[in-house]
Design a protein around this ligand. Structure first.
Ligand code: 9RB
Ligand code: ZN
Length: 370
């Protein structure tokens, strides 16, 4: 198995400003602190991939900047122009919601993230590697056509999927979003499109507020091709395993995509400050095995993972390392944090978690391989 890998030092230079979520403001009591989405978490993940030796088994895919035309396949000219304009200001700007700051030159880093997702899809579609992991930053899955939000500027996954359809001869794509937050931007980009199945496995009503109920199913010709699996807070490895087996695997088997793209956030881990789930690296390995088996079944193994969220600088690197080691089929060091996360109670599937999964599972029968 050859696994592609993308990282660029500039992803670690994305400037998230001086406050933990919003800019520091003494009058409001907000002290300066590294932003929760500070890129050091992702840089630490890259460094663990290097230091562990896994990097030696991966095929480095060159990064590239997405062109304006590529970004405009998903986003409005007004959004692209606003990001470009604010990117030229001495202190940069904000993706759109006031808690997603970027520094001077932020446009170029965001366009590099989107372009690197494209580069990985090209490498996998063109069979120069079997599968791949694009460790990009800033993330993308909350970005809507007309605005960024939730730390996301451009929707990297959506831009890469539209590129695959426009340039690479691929029609049917499944997006599996296991970031703990709802993939609202990706859902919106493909809501009326039956050629792109979007599956979002997320914590019920976490972020964005009131987003991602199981009743959101797409619209028009795309009805049935958005699948949301909102999980109760406090779900552990057992609940995630059941969601993978009862919904994600059968939905992908029914849809039979030609390419699977994963919006890979690690913020469902039991140490994350921006969510209330409990999972360990074991669950990320199982999710990865689930999408690998589905890709083997219908897509000739074509599988691309693109980084989204994850805010524990301690635990995200291990979750990412074991995910990529699974993709590559290479054994690496053991997760030293696993006894702390997996040793705590909360990993058994609970009845209310099973009910939540079963509500989504009941919708899988409406998906066909059209
Ligand atoms: C604030 C609000 C958030 C909460 C979570 C995220 C996570 C994003 C991610 C982003 C912004 C609300 C500060 C609501 O990891 N996605 O994958 N901000 N939440 N209101 N206010 C004032
Ligand atoms: Zn997230």
């Amino acid at each position: 198995m050859t696994t592609g890998y993308v990282w660029h030092e500039l992803f670690g230079w994305h400037d998230t400003g001086s406050g933990p979520l919003f800019p520091a403001d003494p009058a409001a009591g907000i002290q300066p602190l590294a932003h929760l989405a500070h890129p050091d978490t992702k840089r630490r993940m890259h460094e663990l991939i290097a230091v562990s030796g896994l990097l030696d088994h991966l095929t480095r895919i060159p990064t590239r900047v997405a062109t304006e035309a590529e970004i405009l396949r998903v986003h409005t000219p007004e959004h692209v122009e606003r990001i470009q304009r604010e990117s030229g200001l001495p202190k940069g700007g904000d993706a759109g919601d006031g808690f997603s700051p970027f520094g001077k030159g932020g446009y170029d880093i965001a366009a590099l993230a989107a372009g690197s997702a494209i580069a990985m899809v090209e490498a996998v579609a063109g069979r120069s590697v079997d599968n791949g992991y694009a460790l990009v930053n800033p993330p993308g899955h909350h970005a809507l056509p007309g605005t960024g939000m939730g730390f996301c500027i451009f929707n990297n996954v959506a831009v890469a999927v539209r590129h695959a359809q426009a340039e690479l001869g691929i029609r049917r794509v499944a997006v599996v979003d296991w970031d703990v937050h709802h993939g609202n931007g990706t859902q919106a980009a493909f809501a009326d499109d039956p050629t792109v199945l979007t599956i979002s496995l997320h914590q019920d009503n976490c972020f964005p507020p009131d987003s991602g109920p199981v009743t959101d199913r797409g619209r028009g010709a795309g009805t049935g091709y958005d699948l949301n699996i909102p999980m109760p807070p406090g779900t552990g490895d057992g609940g995630y395993r059941y969601a993978a087996e009862a919904v994600i695997a059968p939905a992908l088997e029914a849809f039979r995509p030609e390419l699977i793209v994963v919006a890979s956030g690690f913020d469902a881990n039991g140490m994350d400050p921006l969510a209330r789930q409990l999972i360990s690296s074991r669950a990320f390995v199982h999710l990865t095995e689930t999408v690998m088996a589905a890709a083997d079944s219908s897509a000739g193994g074509r599988l691309v993972l693109v980084q989204e969220g994850g805010y524990s600088p301690v635990y995200v690197p291990f979750c990412g390392l074991l995910t990529i080691a699974t993709l590559a089929g290479v054994p690496v060091l053991e997760d030293p944090i696993l006894p702390i996360i997996a040793g705590q109670a909360g990993h058994e599937l609970e009845p209310h978690q099973k009910d939540a999964v079963d509500r989504a599972a009941a919708l899988v029968t409406d998906i066909t391989a059209g």
